[in-house]
Write a protein that binds this ligand. Structure first.
Ligand SMILES: [Zn+2]
Length: 468
């Protein structure tokens, strides 16, 4: 026990990313203060930066102050909610290590636990956490870019010289009958009608597009998103200037249509959100598989689902984002463990068993074909065919399972002992690939009930069961 309590600094940062930043700064500070109390640390300062665009590299005055105070010996320990609050770039982390290491100033992160930057292991974990946070941020900018491209396309009216709907062939004089439809469409969408029902209704009334085809949801959406109908020019989807043609609706209505039609929560019928750990999580209470189920406000979760036809107990739910981050960290960390390298090196046998399984599968498939041919040429009866088919299919299934197991190990091989290579590429890997790598290492993770009143991610709730 220390004779004098550590003089602790709390650092918090407000960022604008609502998906990532579920916790407001108040929450961050509360968790950090509780952490200080648990450790018997005396909080000497709270440093809060308002960092609206988290990855822009904007200066953070309070963070600089914190570094100065550590250098001056005023701070003996740092508490943050998560390391990603502290550092946005690897070079910031390295600078931070340079300041803290010689002074033996520990850093405590409420989410990921103690990270002792004075040891090689601690620094490794910090770097992994940083890489994971950065890849999330990269993914976010990719998402934004994609959205921009989509909207830019949406702004282009029709293809190849067709006149825009609502205008005559000179592309600037209003075509009154069509303009009335544009106004009606805008009114109805702004009033809460869906694109689908609007398109159906126009079809029913025999109203088609410029080329006379029925309106599709996509074409309708593109038209309503365009700046053209309110007499505005676009460049890369952004409205850049007033045009010199007649507007059908006001720019204000276009702005509202754009806000409405590009609202991500509106896209309920789009592809389901992605769940990295689908199939890998078990309920600690009833051992059911957790299923992906977003909360009412769209926040991704895994839950033990209870209901008709569902085996679960309904007692466990966990936020997907932080859990996935935690598991990925753990996987990357484990890839570098000597135990894993040894386990895989000793697995000479898998290659052999994979060869056998492959041979078995090929032979059985050939038998199945012969059998079908025998039935086709009436050498055997249908019941005979069915009876003979069963054991062959069982052999094929067994071989398939063996091969699947082996290929999971193969997914890992290039990265064993080289997790830094994987870390760099992680964000660029497809979800299927990421899932294969996680599943190759992780047999399952058992998720316990939340402790009442604890809303921050609590890693003690999760028990990974490793395959290798
Ligand atoms: Zn359960």
């Amino acid at each position: 026990m220390l004779s004098t309590p550590t003089a602790a600094a709390i650092y918090a940062r407000i960022s604008s990313d609502p998906e990532h930043d579920q916790l407001g700064v108040t929450r961050q500070l509360q968790d950090c203060r509780a952490q200080a109390e648990r450790r018997g640390w005396h909080v000497v300062g709270e440093y809060v930066d308002d960092d609206i665009s988290a990855w822009s590299g904007k200066p953070r005055p309070r963070y600089r102050q914190l570094l100065d105070d550590i250098s001056d010996g005023l701070v003996g320990g740092v508490i943050v909610w998560h390391l990603d609050r502290l550092h946005r770039h690897p070079k910031e982390l390295e600078e931070y290590i340079e300041v803290c290491e010689p002074r033996k100033v520990p850093t405590v992160a409420c989410v990921s636990g103690d990270i002792d930057l004075t040891t090689a292991d601690g620094r490794l974990i910090a770097r992994i956490l940083g890489a994971v946070a950065r890849s999330e941020s990269d993914a976010k900018s990719r998402r934004i870019r994609r959205k921009h491209e989509e909207l830019a396309q949406a702004g282009k009216m029709g293809g190849g010289g067709t006149r825009p709907y609502g205008y005559q062939a000179d592309r600037r004089t209003i075509e009154p009958a069509e303009a009335a439809i544009v106004r009606e469409a805008a009114d109805r969408i702004l009033a809460g009608d869906s694109l689908r029902s609007l398109a159906n209704d126009l079809s029913r009334r025999g109203i088609g597009t410029v080329s006379g085809k029925p309106w599709s949801v996509q074409v309708l959406r593109r038209m309503l998103l365009s700046g053209r109908i309110s007499g505005q020019r676009e460049h890369h989807r952004e409205i850049v200037a007033a045009g010199d043609w007649q507007p059908i609706i006001t720019p204000e209505r276009t702005a509202r249509l754009r806000a409405l039609l590009t609202d991500p929560t509106r896209r309920t019928n789009r592809t389901a959100r992605r769940y990295l750990l689908a199939g890998l999580l078990r309920c600690a209470v009833c051992d059911s598989r957790l299923v992906a189920r977003p909360r009412g406000d769209g926040v991704r979760r895994y839950v033990c689902a209870k209901g008709p036809g569902l085996p679960g107990c309904g007692g466990v739910a966990i936020m997907a984002e932080t859990l996935e981050r935690f598991i990925v960290e753990a996987v990357l960390h484990r890839l570098d463990s000597p135990a894993l390298a040894a386990a895989l090196a000793g697995a000479q046998a898998p290659a052999e068993s994979a060869r056998l399984a492959q041979a078995e599968r090929d032979a059985s498939s050939a038998e199945l074909e012969q059998l079908a041919a025998a039935w086709g040429s009436r050498q055997i009866t249908w019941p005979e065919y069915l009876a003979a088919r069963k054991p062959i299919e069982a052999r094929i299934e067994a071989a398939r399972r063996t091969l699947a197991r082996e290929s999971q190990v193969t997914a890992l091989e290039p990265y064993v002992g080289a997790s830094s290579a994987l870390r760099e590429r992680w964000a660029d890997l497809s979800l299927a690939r990421q899932h294969a790598i996680v599943a190759a290492l992780l047999d399952r993770a058992i998720v316990r009930r939340a402790v009442r009143g604890r809303t921050a991610f609590d890693e003690s709730r999760v028990e990974p069961v490793w395959r290798v």
